[in-house]
Ligand binder design. Structure first.
Ligand SMILES: C[S@@+](CC[C@H](N)C(=O)[O-])C[C@H]1O[C@@H](n2cnc3c(N)ncnc32)[C@H](O)[C@@H]1O
Length: 217
């Protein structure tokens, strides 16, 4: 079965239930604080934010607070989305059940699109659909950010919570920058064990901030 279907059919909920406690105290996630600082000079131009792989929207809530923007989120976990929508009901931010490869949003409708640590979970047959969808909904002159594993060499390994599912680790920002249509603005390298650069390449995680050129030529 396709990995997106596996997450829609319960693995997304399982992630949420395993991490619920941690997701409740995400008001100060360091990668989001970093993004808020990097984007602060553009705060006035960022009114609409989309997080792909948002779980219950805790980090989306944080970035929207920092940028004073309205948010949309998408995640395959119905339980996470329902819990998030209850919490965010008066904020103007709204979460949807779905996956990265098919976004239920209008073209060129967001100022900032964020892949929130989900690309490593995507079936390889969905990767180009997901990156194309993010590009479709992001305005020219908008920002795109990706938090994900960032090893020296790309590799695949079994996802230890579910048989038959794999984690695919590589630098996803290159899919965008190699097109020539996106510019690497800044990169924050850290790991799950420390909030700063990790000398062990297999531990590295990064948040990359990209700009979608208004006219790349
Ligand atoms: C590691 S969690 C990250 C959650 C949150 N963004 C954060 O940083 O705390 C990965 C999330 O990606 C979601 N996910 C898995 N497959 C996905 C897909 N095909 N499209 C969008 N999200 C997906 C999972 O349900 C899960 O909530």
């Amino acid at each position: 079965m396709n990995q997106s279907s596996i997450f829609l059919e319960g693995e997304g909920d399982n992630y949420f239930l395993r991490n619920k406690a941690a997701l409740e105290v995400r008001s100060g996630a360091s990668e989001i604080t970093w993004l808020g600082q990097a984007l602060s000079p553009f705060k006035d131009k960022i009114n609409t934010v989309l997080e792909i792989g948002c779980s219950n929207g805790a980090k989306l809530e944080q970035i929207c607070g920092l940028l004073d923007a309205k948010g949309k989120g998408i995640d395959p976990s119905k339980q996470a989305v329902d819990e998030g929508n209850r919490r965010l009901s008066r904020s103007g931010t709204q979460l949807h059940v779905g996956t990265a490869s098919r976004l239920p949003f209008e073209s060129l409708s967001f100022d900032f699109v964020y892949f929130g640590f989900c690309l490593y979970l995507l079936d390889r047959q969905d990767l180009f659909a997901a990156t194309a969808e993010a590009d479709r909904v992001l305005k020219f002159g908008g920002f795109l950010a990706i938090t994900d594993f960032d090893p020296i060499h790309r590799y695949k390994r079994p996802y230890h919570h579910k048989d038959g599912v794999f984690s695919f680790k590589q630098d996803y920002s290159k899919v965008f920058t190699e097109s020539g249509l996106y510019y690497l603005v800044s990169k924050n390298s850290f790991s799950h064990r420390q909030p700063f650069f990790d000398a062990d390449g297999n531990e590295r995680v990064s948040t990359t901030l990209l700009f979608k050129e208004i006219d790349a030529y």
